[in-house]
Design a protein around this ligand. Sequence first.
Ligand code: PMV
Length: 338
Amino acid sequence: MTAESEQAAFVRAVLEGRGRQPAGMATASAPANLALCKYWGKRDATLNLPVTGSLSVSLGPLGTTTRVAVAARDRLLLEGRRLPARSPFAQRLWRFLDLFRPPGVCFHVETTNSVATAAGIASSASGFAALTAALDKLFDWHLEGRDLSLLARLGSGSACRSVYHGFVEWLAGSRDDGRDSYAVALRQRWPALRVGVLTITDAPKPLASRDAMARTVASSALYRAWPEQAAEDLQVLKQAIAEHNFVTLGRTAESNALAMHATMVSAWPPVLYWQPGTLEAMRRVWALRQAGMALYLSMDAGPNVKLLFLAGDEQAVSEAFPTVRMVAPFDDEAGVDC
Ligand code: PMV
């Protein structure tokens, strides 16, 4: 079976008994998410099945809104600008849409992000979650969160977590058919939790996270230690969330992110996403922590830095990082707009 036919068979199985004829147009939004315990490494690259479970917090109003309509010709607009079909972003999106496309149907897609595209602020996660939710409306499927998560996962692994707001766990699953690998929303809330987004650069990253991930798994000796460490971090983080233990949450999330980057740096050829501005921000976080502030950092596969802190430190964080974008993840927990 080719990768496309394996994915198409997965989609047919998830959509069993649902309509396959789209009509009119539909719009949906989904939040970006920050992984506190990262998804790093696939056990199946076609179905995006992870080696380990992962845990994220969704970034409330930061994310993607996507409109899909049945049209006379395929057309894709990103931030209002038409994208040529051969651009990597367009190719990835059309490959995903082809999994759902009935013969002869074309789509008009308009997508806007409130975070930089392809700069490591999880725009592919919110992008594929929003697109899946828009398709759900366009085809009138009325899928539940689990099935939206299963489908969004085919676009981008981390997209399966962007189906929900709040804390979200992606259950790794163990089945070869991938039907038990989806995200669930945790019931715990933490209204005082804050995430700060520091955009070091919004230039597209030199290497897509899926390529960095594959290269790391294939060539990093440090990666061998990752699955065990990630499984432990996941449990510690869940406990910290249940107890509202911020120091444990921050410390575990920061060291999990740095361990992921260590596996990349030890890959061959090495992958280093950090820019001088990334290091400067990291050093400032560590200096503030040394001075007593409960401030921690995380990063995905890119140069940008996310800060973790509590509401009481908002003022101090904006003074130290004047360009920071503050997110209160628990202010808006409606789930994807579907
Ligand atoms: O969903 P992908 O294939 O873009 O992989 C994302 C991986 C990280 O963002 C680095 C970690 C994560 O769990 O989101």
